[in-house]
Write a protein that binds this ligand. Structure first.
Ligand SMILES: [Zn+2]
Ligand SMILES: [Zn+2]
Length: 172
């Protein structure tokens, strides 16, 4: 393989995060994440129900309806959204299954921009960099403000293309 064909590290680790996301059994959203220290892979996780508990493919999604404020230019409106709350988010599972000592100074690659709760937990986890692909606009402003406050590098791989077999349409 020629050098210019070789994947850069961002693509390499994001591809792994996408492959991990295919393990998710929630049909609404497959999220994958990996913990990287230097160039070393120290953990992987995806969104899923706790071990030994029925998942979305067995018992269906656990749907809650919430109203969400959306700003469209000058217009603000409340929009009803459905969310599946059966799964533990990928980032939270990553924190549950990795050690603090491994996370200090590490980078997290995640297929989707973290929600507020996950971002808040990651901000207290020892991680110094978060790299994501798909945007999640709902919590974006406050998440970006938090990352700036904490000095955590927060990068979007905007031109990244996921592996064909791992991408999926998201129900939002
Ligand atoms: Zn679900
Ligand atoms: Zn989350």
């Amino acid at each position: 393989m020629q050098d210019n064909m070789r994947k850069d590290w961002d693509t390499y680790f994001m591809d792994i995060a996408y492959m991990v996301s295919t393990r998710s059994r929630c049909p609404r959203r497959h999220v994958g994440t990996v913990l990287v220290q230097g160039k070393k892979l120290l953990g992987t996780a995806y969104n899923g129900a706790p071990m030994g508990v029925s998942d979305c493919s067995e018992d269906g999604c656990m749907i809650v309806e919430e109203y969400e404020l959306q700003t469209d230019g000058e217009q603000e409106q409340m929009i009803k959204k459905q969310r599946c709350i059966r799964t533990i988010h990928a980032e939270q599972n990553l924190l549950l299954f990795t050690d603090r000592i491994d996370r200090e100074g590490s980078t997290v690659y995640v297929t989707d921009q973290p929600c507020w709760t996950c971002a808040n937990m990651l901000a207290n986890s020892g991680v110094v960099e978060i790299v994501y692909h798909r945007a999640y606009s709902k919590d974006s402003d406050k998440v970006i403000a938090l990352m700036e406050l904490k000095g955590i590098i927060f990068r979007n791989l905007a031109s990244y293309e996921p592996p064909a077999q791992a991408g999926m349409d998201i129900i939002s």
